[in-house]
Design a protein around this ligand. Structure first.
Ligand SMILES: Nc1nc2c(ncn2[C@@H]2O[C@H](COP(=O)(O)OP(=O)(O)OP(=O)(O)O)[C@@H](O)[C@H]2O)c(=O)[nH]1
Ligand SMILES: [Mg+2]
Length: 207
């Protein structure tokens, strides 16, 4: 991950329930343990429970969080988080987004708006935009990834739920067609269940 500027940004996107919020909690804990000041941004305003879930992860990982009321414009939460990061001297902003179907045009436009706010407010910052993919995703994963890439300039993939029976083979197709590296894998629901992606052991597990 290239996160050298202060602040840098991680934006997570993906369809519903793939594990975006969970991976944010894990990444927040990892970067906080390296001594970085991490600020979580609750830009999933679709359900009140989403901000509550992210707040639990903020507490677990010892990170700060910026959130607004349910139904608020997600881009305005991102705007607030960027201001808060400047005021608090945060090193890293990690932004949660609502799960969305890649074929819902208005929701994809909303994601693009979030992305543009980051690019406009932090033009010189390192931004890692991660598409989160559940290991159980089938061929549809390719269509999903193509659509997300049109709204956000993706920089990598995260493959979650590799502790289950699914092997996550779809990321081979996604990574090669979209030329995106797999950055991390999720291997459970706990805060420490995060690993860097290792291509050799991944291929061995598939074969
Ligand atoms: N076994 C396992 N479960 C996981 C993993 N990552 C996430 N989960 C579980 O998957 C469910 C959904 O995770 P979330 O992090 O809420 O997913 P999300 O993408 O934020 O969901 P939405 O915000 O609703 O789109 C939760 O029950 C998580 O505990 C993983 O690596 N392994
Ligand atoms: Mg979520």
């Amino acid at each position: 991950m290239k996160l050298e500027t202060k602040p840098s940004v991680i934006l997570t996107v993906g369809v519903n329930g793939v594990g975006k919020t969970t991976i944010i909690g894990k990444l927040a804990a990892m970067y906080a343990s390296q001594g970085r000041h991490v600020l979580l941004c609750a830009a999933d305003t679709f359900r009140a429970a989403a901000a509550e879930q992210l707040t639990v992860w903020a507490e677990r990982s010892g990170c700060a969080i910026v959130s607004q009321h349910e139904g608020a414009d997600p881009a305005s939460v991102v705007y607030d988080a960027i201001s808060a990061a400047a005021a608090r001297g945060s090193d890293l902003i990690i932004c949660d987004t609502a799960g969305r179907l890649h074929n819902k045009v208005n929701l994809m436009n909303e994601l693009n708006k979030i992305y543009r706010i980051i690019a406009r407010q932090l033009p010189n910052s390192d931004v890692e935009s991660l598409l989160v993919v559940d290991a159980a995703t089938g061929q549809n994963g390719l269509a999903q990834a193509r659509q997300f890439k049109q709204s956000v300039d993706l920089t990598g993939l995260v493959l979650t739920k590799l502790d289950g029976t699914a092997k996550g083979g779809i990321v081979v197709a996604v990574a090669s067609e979209l030329e995106l590296p797999v950055k991390f894998i999720g291997v459970g629901e706990q805060i420490e269940d995060l690993m860097p992606f290792d291509a050799d052991s991944f291929v061995r597990a598939i074969i």
